[in-house]
Each structure stands twice: as C-alpha cells, then as structure tokens.
Ligand binder design. Structure first.
Ligand code: KDG
Ligand code: MG
Length: 402
C-alpha cells in the first residue's frame, strides 16, 4: 500500500489551517492537521521541502516505523515545527489504515472505552455579568463542563475573552495585537468570579479556568488556594510551561487540580510532571505532540500515575485534529475531558466531518477512518492570511507571558 501523493494544503476559512493529504496507490486518502498558530508556514515548508519527498513510495501501513523514521531520522529532534509535521503524517496514516480496513479509527485504538466524550466549552465576557450570562448560555446548550474567562476590572483586554457569543479567536491578521496585564488585578478578581459562578449555577457543573502561563509559582499557589472552595475541575497552565519545578511549589500549597501541556511536543516534556505527580491532567494534543502514535504513549505513561488526559481543542486546531482527538479520547482508559470550541461555519464547510455534539458529550461518528474530509476546491477560495497571536505587556510596558 504505497503512498503515491502527498499534498500540503494551506487555507484560511476564517483562520489559517495547514492540512496534509496523503493518497495511496489504491486510491485511499488520509488527512493530518499540521497547524501551528502564528507559525503555519514553517510547518508547511518543513513538510513540503523535507518530509513529503521521503514519503512517496513508503508503505502507508508502517505507521510506527514511519514515526520513528522522521523523528530519529531528522537528528534534530522535538520542537513544535518538527512534531506538528510528524503528527500530520502520523494522523493521515491512521486515517488511511482505518479507511482501508473499513472501520472507524477508534476501533483500531482498542475500541471504545466509553459511550461518548465529555467536553468543556468556553464561557467568556468583557465583565463579570457578561461572563455569568455566557456561562448560563453554555448550560442551556447542554454543556456539563464550562471554562470561565472574564475581562478584569481595570484592564482594557484580557486573555480568553471572545468577541462573539461562542467564538474566541486570539490571532489577529497582519500584526500581533498588544494586551495589558496586571497580576494584582487578576488575582483579586478571579476568586470573586468563581464565587459568583458557584452561587448562581450550583455545585454540579464542572468549572475550569485557564491562567495561561501568567503567574509566578507563589502567585499560582495563592490562586489555587483561593479557588479551593469552588472545587474547580482544573486550573490550567498556572505558570510558564518551561519551568517545571514551579509545579512542586504550587502542589505544596493547593489541592486545586492542575492541567498542563498544550504547548508540549513530546513525552519528554510530560515525563517529570507525570512521574512526580505534579499535574492531574496532561493536555498534549494530536497535532502538536506527534500525532496519535505519540499521544497514546503519553496517555499510557500518565495512566500509571493516575493522571488523566485533557486534549487541547481550541479553534486553531483544525477539525482534522478535533476528529483525531475524539477517536483517541473515546479509546484511552484514562481520558479526562476534551476541550471543544466550535469552528466557524466556513471552516466546517471546508472540513466536512462526522463528529457531533449532544448533551455536553461528543462522539467521533461511525464512518470508516477519522471521519473528517477536506473540500479542496472550497479551501482554495480561502488563501493564507498572515496572522499573529497577541503580545502581553504589564501596565508599565514590560513584556509578559501571553
Ligand atoms: O494558539 C494558542 C491557543 O490555542 C491557546 O491560547 C488556547 O490556551 C488555549 C486553550 O486553552 O484553548
Ligand atoms: Mg490553554
């Protein structure tokens, strides 16, 4: 089953996506997402110039071998560009294999471990009242878990606050937007927000929050402690991911569950946090952590330490990633939760898919393969537009983590 064609498709139906399409000599095709928000063309070039020429003629059934061929064969290992490119190949090969065997992908991953996948939505608003309103909207839509982000009094803009009712898209066309940040304002406000949420919506709904790498270890410890009465499902990315020892300090002070990993690329990024019990959820995702093959290894390592998965699922991961993630989520025993932000209607039209949402749960569907396609003709009508993620500055102008 030789690979005879490999195409890198860059399109921008509302935001930029990079998609790899592989075709075998039998005419079976498979898709992989290779989108790296704000650095899309680096992965597209890595694929087109370096990996695609080596793919032609390879046996599409040798998924594990191909993963190691590109990982070890590069000599320069790891990093988001390399790992997103390998992920796209790996995902496309799994898609092809499942299609050729005429089964939905999750059946090749050990079958379903659950009936459907718990997802969390994103409530946000420019202030407390609007965030409460948005939270209520998600409950009306049937969500059983909702992340809450809010504009902060005294700050003109804040991380995670969407422009529309359901949509949050941080990348801006042509130049990076600049946001203002004050940890003092933030730490004062967030516990008040969660007190109100619990007050108005009760103890049962799962609530989550993303601190987006913005705190020092002791600030994060204090936030975790302040949030304990509100029983969060998780507090995400409390400190910058590079400083893993920070998690030891946070852990000593709080029982608020911690989730980290959306910017991780390999099992080696996760190892210390998992083995030292420093996180409760590992948030690596199909596209940025080496595809389904590698994500399963991370999940299996995590399983030993009772760490659960919680794949990143923002809209800068294409529907191809979403489909792949849902097959993975359905199959692994230690699944925790899946992030879900619906894509824009134009993105959904470019990537027709079998996955669906009902009553706060998602299912990847029962069609053979991953269940996500690309309409190449339509994709070509949305050419790439340069876009950048924001820059964050403290009130005195100092650059801070975004
Ligand atoms: O590209 C960056 C976004 O995916 C990220 O900011 C979203 O933190 C995020 C999340 O939890 O979805
Ligand atoms: Mg996040």
């Amino acid at each position: 089953m030789k690979i005879v064609d490999a195409k890198v498709i860059v399109c921008s139906p509302g935001r930029n996506f990079v998609t790899l399409k592989l075709v075998t000599e039998d005419g079976v095709s498979g898709l992989g997402d290779a989108t790296l928000n704000g650095r899309e063309l680096a992965v597209a070039s890595y694929l087109s110039n370096h990996l695609v020429p080596l793919l032609i003629g390879r046996d599409a059934r040798r998924i594990e071998d191909t993963w190691h061929y590109f990982y070890k064969g590069a000599y320069w290992r790891r990093g988001p560009v390399t790992m997103s490119a390998i992920a796209a190949i790996d995902t496309a090969l799994w898609d092809i294999r499942a299609k050729s065997l005429n089964v939905p992908l999750y059946q090749l991953l050990g079958g379903a471990s659950r009936d459907a996948v718990l997802v969390y939505g994103h409530a946000s608003g420019a202030d407390m009242e609007k965030t409460l309103g948005s939270f209520g909207h998600f409950l009306n839509l049937g969500y059983k878990a909702v992340r809450a982000q809010s504009g902060i009094p005294g700050l003109a803009s804040a991380y995670g606050v969407g422009q529309g009712e359901m949509a949050y898209e941080p990348a801006e066309k042509h130049a990076p937007p600049e946001n203002l940040w004050s940890t003092e304002h933030y730490l004062r406000f967030v516990p008040q927000l969660f007190a109100r949420l619990r007050n108005e919506f009760g103890p049962e709904i799962h609530v989550l929050h993303d601190a987006h790498h913005r705190l020092t270890p002791i600030e994060a410890a204090r936030l975790g402690k302040d949030l304990e009465p509100f029983r969060l499902f998780w507090l995400e990315d409390p400190t910058p991911a590079e400083l893993q020892s920070a998690l030891r300090l946070i852990r000593q002070h709080t029982t608020t569950p911690l989730a980290i990993g959306e910017v991780f690329n390999t099992i080696f990024d996760c190892q210390q946090l998992i083995e030292e019990h420093l996180v409760d959820f590992i948030r690596t995702t199909v596209v940025h952590a080496g595809g389904i093959t590698h994500l399963r290894k991370i999940a299996h390592l995590a399983e030993i330490y009772q760490v659960r998965t919680g794949s990143h699922g923002a809209t800068d991961l294409s529907p191809v990633s979403m489909g792949a993630a849902l097959h993975f989520d359905l199959s692994v025993n230690n699944f925790g939760i899946q992030e879900y932000m619906p894509h824009t209607p134009e993105t959904d039209r470019v990537f027709p898919h079998a996955y669906s949402f009902q009553d706060g749960l998602m299912h990847p569907g029962e069609v053979a393969g991953m269940g996500v396609d690309i309409d190449e003709q339509l994709a070509s009508q949305y050419p790439y537009v340069p876009a950048y993620l924001p820059i964050n500055r403290k009130l005195d102008g100092t650059i801070h983590s975004w």
